[in-house]
Design a protein around this ligand. Structure first.
Ligand code: PEP
Ligand code: MN
Length: 293
C-alpha cells in the first residue's frame, strides 16, 4: 500500500505492528452478525430507539424500521445519562424485550454495555456489544468486551483523536477479538448550534488507516432530527459502511433523545433516499432479510 504522511505510527510503533492497521491486514474486515455482513459491499442500516422504554414502544418501532428496510435493531437498556436523575434505562428487563423482538423480527440486536461486571449478562442477550462514546477509553471494559469474543460496536470518544480511537479498538483486537465496528458519532468543538460536530472526514481517514468497518451515527452527531437525513446521505457519500440512527414511534414523548430521533415515517422516507446515494457511489443499501413472521 502506498505511504502517506497521515499514516503515522500508532502508539510510537510502526503501523505494521498494530492489529487495526491496514498495513497488517490490507483486506477489509467483514463482521458477520446472524448473516448480516458489516463492512462488505452493501451498506448496513441500524435503527431503533435511543432507549428501550416499554414493550409497546420497542416492538412498534422495531416492526416499523424492519418494514422500512433496517438490517439491525438498536436500543439501549443501560443508558449513560449526563444526569443521575434522568431515565437510566430498563436494565435487564430491556434486554429481555430486545431478545423477544429479535425472535419475532429476525433483526440482530445492538445494545450498550457500560460496566465490566455486566459484560457476560449483556452478551448473553445481544448480538453486538456497544461501547459508548463516554467509555471509549474505559480500558478494563475494552479488554472485557475483547475477551467476550462478541462483535463490538465501538463509538468514538467525543474528545478523542483518530489515533486514540484506533488504539481503543486495538485494545479489543489485542484480546483476540477482531469483530470490531468503528462508529463516528461526532466530537466536541467550539460549535454549539449542533449537539456535536459530526466529523465525516474521519470516515475516509479511518478507511485508509484501518481494515475495520466504519459506520456513522448522524443522530448523536447532530442532535437535530431535521439534520439527520442530510448527514446520513453525506456519510454514505463519503464511504461509510453503514449508519446507526435513532427512530422512535413518538419522538415527542421519548424518554431519551427525542429531539434527534426520526419518526417512523421520516425513517421510511429517508431509506428510499439513501438508496439513490448508495447507487450513485456504486453501492447498495443491504436488502432486508426475508420476512420470517
Ligand atoms: C447511544 O448510541 O445510545 C449513545 C449513548 O451514543 P454515544 O455513546 O455516541 O453518546
Ligand atoms: Mn441516544
Amino acid at each position: 500500500m502506498e505511504t502517506n504522511p497521515c499514516d503515522k505510527p500508532i502508539n510510537g510503533k510502526s503501523p505494521i505492528q498494530s492489529k487495526v492497521s491496514r498495513y497488517t491486514k490490507p483486506d477489509n474486515t467483514v463482521v458477520i452478525v446472524n448473516g448480516v455482513q458489516i463492512g462488505g459491499s452493501d451498506i448496513v442500516i441500524i435503527a431503533g430507539p435511543c432507549a428501550v422504554e416499554s414493550r409497546e414502544q420497542l416492538f412498534e418501532t422495531a416492526r416499523s424500521v424492519r418494514e422500512a428496510g433496517a438490517n439491525i435493531l438498536r436500543g439501549g437498556a443501560f443508558k449513560p445519562r449526563s444526569s443521575p436523575y434522568s431515565f437510566q434505562g430498563l436494565g435487564e428487563e430491556g434486554l429481555k424485550l430486545l431478545a423477544q423482538i429479535r425472535t419475532e423480527t429476525g433483526l440482530p440486536i445492538v445494545t450498550e454495555v457500560m460496566d465490566t461486571r455486566q459484560v457476560d449478562m449483556v452478551a448473553s442477550y445481544t448480538d453486538i456489544l456497544q461501547v459508548g462514546s463516554r467509555n471509549m477509553q474505559n480500558f478494563p471494559l475494552l479488554k472485557e468486551v475483547g475477551i467476550s469474543g462478541k462483535p463490538v460496536l465501538l463509538k468514538r470518544g467525543m474528545m478523542s483523536t483518530i489515533e486514540e480511537f484506533l488504539l481503543a479498538a486495538e485494545y479489543i483486537l489485542s484480546q483476540g477479538n477482531g469483530q470490531v465496528i468503528l462508529c463516528e458519532r461526532g466530537i466536541r468543538t467550539f460549535e454549539t448550534s449542533t449537539r456535536n460536530t459530526l466529523d465525516l472526514s474521519a470516515v475516509p481517514m479511518l478507511k485508509r488507516l484501518t481494515h475495520l468497518p466504519v459506520i456513522v451515527d448522524p443522530s448523536h452527531g447532530t442532535g437535530l432530527r431535521w439534520m439527520v437525513p442530510p448527514m446520513a446521505k453525506a456519510a454514505i457519500a463519503c464511504g461509510a459502511d453503514g449508519l446507526i440512527m435513532e427512530v422512535h414511534y413518538n419522538p415527542e414523548a421519548a424518554l431519551c433523545d427525542g429531539h434527534q430521533s426520526l419518526s417512523l415515517a421520516e425513517f421510511d422516507f429517508l431509506m428510499s433516499d439513501l438508496e439513490k446515494i448508495a447507487f450513485a457511489i456504486g453501492r447498495k443499501i443491504m436488502a432486508p432479510k426475508p420476512s420470517i413472521v
